[in-house]
Design a protein around this ligand. Structure first.
Ligand code: ATP
Ligand code: MG
Ligand code: MG
Ligand code: MG
Length: 480
């Protein structure tokens, strides 16, 4: 039978240990540096080593210029991709091998090829392999064609918008190590789409050609003003998507049928009494997907709140909670899925095991709170929508009243309205919100006591909205 996700993770780490790499544990999902809220890539904890710092690591003697990890990553920018594409998760594992001024392109490419296509490793079909290289990277192109033997028509040369990491242009993105990259794709076959590799050159979007691995060649230090300075030496940073590779190896159409998600999906079906029916069972999928990132980030210390990380995770949890409600569940239930997450990932991420109780309690409390809000808001919104014809608009003021009196999140209002073919007057909503903020500001002149109760609730939600606009800008890197 096919390899499990855990077995693939272990094989990857063992493969690179065999090539002289030191295996290190994952960094927390809380980003190690302020360029993002959450850790978005395996390389992020190693920026100092890429910049020339001594590659010394706690608990290990001496210097280590070759390192391998399984890194848990959260990409806020991908949250809305979950469900829209088949290849994005909010929490995923990035397998990585890193070289700090040791080996470079040649070995990185050869080893990636060996791991993916070697019959004792992943056993991918060589004829279905495709790659991209940075437009002027003749060195990488030469290694792929002459040494690996990949046909030239399986390779695209892309601009920095695709093949420079991080950011979609050399002068853009966060300061720090960066460089051109070469990405590896697997053709999942005509069952996934009838587009060709040449089509991909134009469309840059394909359900059929699945990006599984990014080989980055960090040789620059991006400084203020987009200046690219040479790093003291050339590095390797790679990121292989564990769940994507597992989907190929297990030959399942999407994540939700693989060994990690299936138990979650099955449990949701059991709890709700609603059988899972594949792609149309959006609620099962949202719940299974979101509970992983919620559980993992809370285990790592995220506290649900109205700003920053706490707001992002609260929003994800509330979305899952709403889908549980849609399945007819009226009591907190998501917290009961946590043991399945621990079962699947606790071996590689022991913090999940030690924090399980705290994680469950935090999720349960938030579910209870949110269910109260939902009940009242949904009843009110439904009666409003009944009076509006399809193609019509819900007045911004009405959306605001829901938000104001019931704490009903406006993104949920939009989602539910859309299901009725009704749009929401967002400008009107913003206007009402602004007026409310001004009133609150004026009220505050009359003493703090006025702010408790209903007004404090509103301010809470206003703070949430500010969190929302704040993190979109702050976390741009996450969208790469
Ligand atoms: P995509 O173009 O599909 O959004 P990416 O180019 O943004 O992926 P990279 O930044 O190159 O991804 O990350 C390295 C690898 O991590 C990818 O090749 C992919 O296998 C995996 N990966 C990236 N984002 C996700 C995600 N949201 N869910 C699951 N795997 C991911
Ligand atoms: Mg990509
Ligand atoms: Mg990529
Ligand atoms: Mg992406």
């Amino acid at each position: 039978s096919a390899l499990t996700t855990a077995e693939i993770r272990e094989r990857y780490l063992r493969f690179f240990e065999g090539k002289g790499h030191l295996r290190l544990p994952s960094h927390s999902t809380l980003a190690p540096d302020p360029t993002t809220l959450f850790t978005v890539a395996g390389m992020q904890p190693f920026k100092t080593q890429f910049l020339g710092g001594a590659p010394r690591f706690p608990g290990h003697e001496g210097e280590h210029r070759r390192v391998t990890t399984a890194q848990k990553c959260v990409r806020v920018g991908d949250i809305e991709n979950v469900g829209r594409t088949r290849r994005h998760l909010s929490l995923f594992e990035m397998m990585g091998n890193f070289s700090f001024g040791d080996y470079f392109k040649r070995d990185a490419i050869h080893w990636a090829w060996e791991f993916l296509t070697g019959s004792e490793w992943m056993g991918f079909d060589k004829d279905r392999m495709y790659v991209t290289v940075y437009k002027d990277d003749d060195e990488a192109f030469g290694i792929w064609t002459e040494e690996i033997g990949l046909p030239a028509d399986h390779i695209h040369r892309f601009d920095a918008d695709e093949n420079f990491w991080p950011a979609d242009a050399p002068a853009k993105g966060p300061n720090g190590p960066c460089g051109p990259c070469s990405e590896i794709y697997y053709d999942r076959g005509p069952a996934y789409g009838d587009d060709s590799w040449d089509d991909y050159y134009r469309t840059r979007e394909s359900a059929r050609f699945l990006e599984v691995w990014n080989l980055v060649f960090p040789q620059y230090d991006r400084q203020d003003g987009g200046v690219l300075a040479d790093l003291p030496f050339k590095n390797i940073d790679t990121g292989m998507g564990l769940e994507r590779v597992a989907s190929v190896v297990q030959d399942v159409p999407d994540f939700y049928s693989n060994d990690v998600f299936k138990p979650l999906i099955d449990r949701v079906a059991e709890l709700s009494g609603q059988p899972y029916q594949g792609e149309s069972s959006v609620s099962h999928r949202v719940i299974a997907e979101h509970i992983r990132s919620v559980a993992m980030t809370i285990a790592d210390g995220v506290v649900l709140s109205n700003t920053g990380r706490g707001y992002v995770i609260r929003k994800i949890l509330r979305r899952a909670s709403r889908h549980a409600y849609l399945l007819g569940l009226r009591e907190p239930v998501l917290y009961t899925l946590v043991p399945l997450v621990v079962q699947a990932m606790g071996g590689a991420y022991p913090e999940l095991v030690s924090e399980q109780e705290r994680v469950q309690a935090a999720i349960k409390a938030e579910e209870a709170r949110f269910l109260g809000t939902l009940e009242a808001g949904i009843v009110r919104l439904s009666s409003l929508l009944e009076k509006i014809e399809r193609g019509g608009t819900l007045p911004g003021e009405a959306a605001f009243t829901l938000y104001d009196t019931f704490g009903f999140p406006v993104d949920l209002t939009k989602e539910i309205a859309e299901e009725h073919g009704v749009s929401v007057d967002e400008l009107g909503f913003d206007q009402s919100l602004k007026e409310q903020q001004e009133r609150a500001r004026a009220a505050s002149k009359y003493g703090k006591s006025e702010l408790f109760g209903a007004v404090a609730e509103v301010l809470d939600e206003v703070a949430a909205e500010h969190g929302a606009t704040e993190f979109v800008g702050y976390d741009q890197l996450d969208a790469t």
